[in-house]
Structure formats: C-alpha cells, structure tokens
Design a protein around this ligand. Sequence first.
Ligand code: HEM
Length: 490
Amino acid sequence: MTSPSAPEPAPVPQPAPAAVPPPGCPAHAGGALRLYGPEHAADPKATFAALRAQGSVAPVEIAPGVDANLVLGYQSALEVLRSPERFSKDPRNWRALADGSVPADSPVVPMMMYRPNALWTDGEAHARYRGVITDSLGQVDPNALRGYVEESADILIDRIGARGTADLLGEYGALLPLLVFNRMFGCPADIGDKLVVGMSGIFDADADSEKANQILTEGLAELVALKRREPGADVTSWMMAHPAQLGDEEMLHQLALLMGAGTEPEQNLICNALLLLLSDDRFAGDLAGGSLPVDEALDEVLWADPPLANYAVHYALQDTEVDGVELVSGRPILVSFTAANTDPALSGERRGGNRAHLSWSAGPHTCPAKSPARLIAAVAVEKLLDRIPDIELDCEVGQLEWRQGPFHRALVALPVVYPPITVTAPAAADETPGAIAWKTETAPPSPGPTTPAPSSSTPQGGISTVREPVSVNAAPRRWWNFLAGSRRGR
Ligand code: HEM
C-alpha cells in the first residue's frame, strides 16, 4: 500500500490561546465550543450563534483535544481566503500535529494532513497541480457529463422504483456521484467501491478514519497503476498525459482530492437539496412565480446548508489579526462557509439567483469544478423528481439524523416513500454497488506514460441497463413534472 506523505517537522509549538466559555452551553468542551458531536450535528446554527457572540473569529475544538480558530464573518472569511501571502494552506505549519500534542491518529488528521496536492500547497506547487486539474476537467464535455448523470440516475431509480420506499442518501445520493466519477475517471467497479468506502470514512472523522484512509489510498494506487498500463478517454488519463508530467505519487494525491471533492460534497448537495424540496413549503408547487425550483433549492442549500460546512483550513504564517482577533501562527484556522453565508451582516440580501455565497470557497483555492458539480446535482435532483414525482419524506424533518464530523453537513439517511413505479429492467435485489458500475471501456494497447490519452470525443463504453420509465402513479402531479416535461420540450 502507498501511504500518504507524513507531515514534516515544524518549529517548537506555542500554546493555543484559551477560549472564554459561553455560560451554560451544553456543547462546551472546557476551553472552546465543540464543532463536532451530537449536539452540534443536531443544531449547528446554535453553535454558530454562540460563537458569533465572541466575534467574527472564535476558538473551537474540532475533535477531542484539537484546537482551531473558526472564521464566522463573511468579510473575515474573504480576507483569509484571498490573502495567500498571510495565510498558508500547507498543514506542515500545524504546530500541534508536528510536536505530537495532536496525535497522528486523531480522527480529523486524514482530512487535514499534508498531501502533495492542490488543496494543501501554496504558490508554484499549487499552480502546477491546479493547472493539471483544471486543464483535465476542462476536457469533460458537459453534454456527455449530463448523459452520464442521467444514465446513472436511471440505473439507481430502476433499483428502487418498484419498491415504494428507499433511503435516498444510501441508495441514490451516495451512489450517483460514485457512478458518475467512476465513469469520468475511468475507474472500474471494484476500485470504485474502495474509493467511496474510504472517502466516506475519512469525512466522518471518527475512530475508523485511519482504516478508511488506508482503503482509499489502496484503491487510488490501483487506479493509477491501471491507467499507466491502459489509458482511456477519462480524466485520470488526461491528467497523466498533461505536460506537467505528474509522478505516480503526485497522481495518487490529486486523485484522492478529486474523488473526495467529487463524491462526499456532491452527495450532500444532492440530498440536502432533496430534503429541502420535500420538506419546505417554499419549494412546493410555486410555479406561478416563474421560478425554477431545483435551481432555487440548490442556491438555498449552498447559502444556508452547504455540503462543506467548515473547511478551507489555513495557517497564519506570522501572528496576525483578523477583525481585531489575534490569530497565532501554527494553529489551524477553519472557515465556516455556513456561518459566513448566514452572517447577520448580509441579512436583507436576496439569496435566490444570487451566487455570492462562499460554498465553493474563494481565492486561489476556490473549487475548480463549480459548473460540473452544480450540473451533476441539478440533473440528479430533476431526474429523481421526474421519475418518482409523488415522493414524500418518510419521517418528520426533526427525526432525521446528521453525521457528526466538523467538516460537512451530511444526513445519515433520507428515508422516503412513494407509489411504486414500473421499470422495464428491474435490478436484482441482491445487487451490490459494484455490480451496478459502468461496463469498462475496451482499453487500447498499453502505451508509455507520455502517450496522449484519447480525447473526450472518443466513444465511451456502453451502459448495461436499458429502460423506459413508466409511472403507474395516478396521483396529482407536482411542479417538478412540469419542469421535467418542459425541459424535454413537452
Ligand atoms: C457539491 C459539490 C462540491 C462542493 C460543495 C465543493 C466545494 C469546494 C470547496 C469549498 C473547496 C475549497 C476547499 C478548501 O479550500 O479547503 C473546493 C476545492 C476543490 N474542489 Fe470542489 N466542491 C464540490 C465538487 C467538486 C467536484 C465535483 C470536483 C472535481 C471533480 C471538485 C474539485 C475540487 C478541487 C480539486 C479543489 C481544490 C482546489 C484547490 O485547492 O486549488 N469539487 N471545493
């Protein structure tokens, strides 16, 4: 197994400043508010409200014994994100990890440790990795991507359609990005399963994180070896053929980043938007206003409940101040995208159609995949509501459980019920996620590592399921039927 690079030694640590506990707070961890655990997961807004009382930057605990500062103000967030000369992304600046006061097996370490990738580097190294990523993602044809998403969605809906009940998180939202990304990255099913198990495990930031990290690394090493032998018309092969000539270790780390970004946050954008659409009256049947409800719902999630709630970890290169709050060098600074987007100083600004939220971050490390990420989520949501129009939540919103890690806003499950639909190619009940992955393409003869990879116009492998959806449901149709119909020109 190839392990990710270990953090390099850093200078002697300085003690983190003590926080002032808000009186009577149940999530208080003895020095700073907890950004993890059941109380925070059940009501993150309460945590942010308590933290805001301390200023636009406040001390938090992100795992047992792991201290950080959290940026809550919108302007303060922009200041940190857009000042690479003052704030580094490189976790080798993290003093408490380097000196062992944060143990290497802390559950948050896999999501925060140094890896030679675009996310954790600055300056020239960052520009080189980011160039490979943006150039290769730029070769993805949006129409082909839309097709992958629709086909993936159909496969998954066929599996649950006749049943009348499903967990949209586990059976749709979590699997769809995996299918799409396996296809985009030329990843066969067995490797794809390892990647999703590994990636999902490290986002949970719990005791199994290290094991999950190993599974992820193993799967990625297998994918890199496969694509060196057999390049195809896929993002992995385009990255390998890039003039920057990334080595295997560098490829592995960019892929870990891309897979992480492409599966977990995507699943949470899809499911958080579905939850909103199924539970919030503002999104039920309001076609009269001429709005596009799926787009509005995605905007609302990206403003109010972003998939990455708190991340963009930075380190002050020298002791500095933001909005009057002292930030000691070497201590992690996280940006709360949720808190910044819901900063009371922004109140009164209209959210619908306004994309000035920070959910894709900002500055040099802003997400390079905003358009494909949004397209995937929009098509996934529209397709589901089109084929299963009369879907309902199978519990009260308040009964839904949220995962407890500090970084994401992620449901544990999204149970729904609906009148069963008829599918022409129902899936076998015992199918595993791997069994529904794409047929892999026929690989060309194995060339050397600098051989150009096939372009995005190279024909792709076929898809195993052919179906024509037939809804047997006679209940009144909801607005999303109209939406889907109008997009098909009906
Ligand atoms: C709903 C889905 C997504 C959301 C909410 C999202 C959000 C973000 C955010 C907030 C960052 C900055 C993180 C930080 O600085 O710590 C980021 C960076 C990144 N995202 Fe996305 N992302 C999504 C989907 C994707 C997809 C689909 C891909 C690629 C296939 C992708 C690739 C990346 C990469 C490579 C970076 C690092 C860029 C850099 O550091 O220069 N993201 N994303």
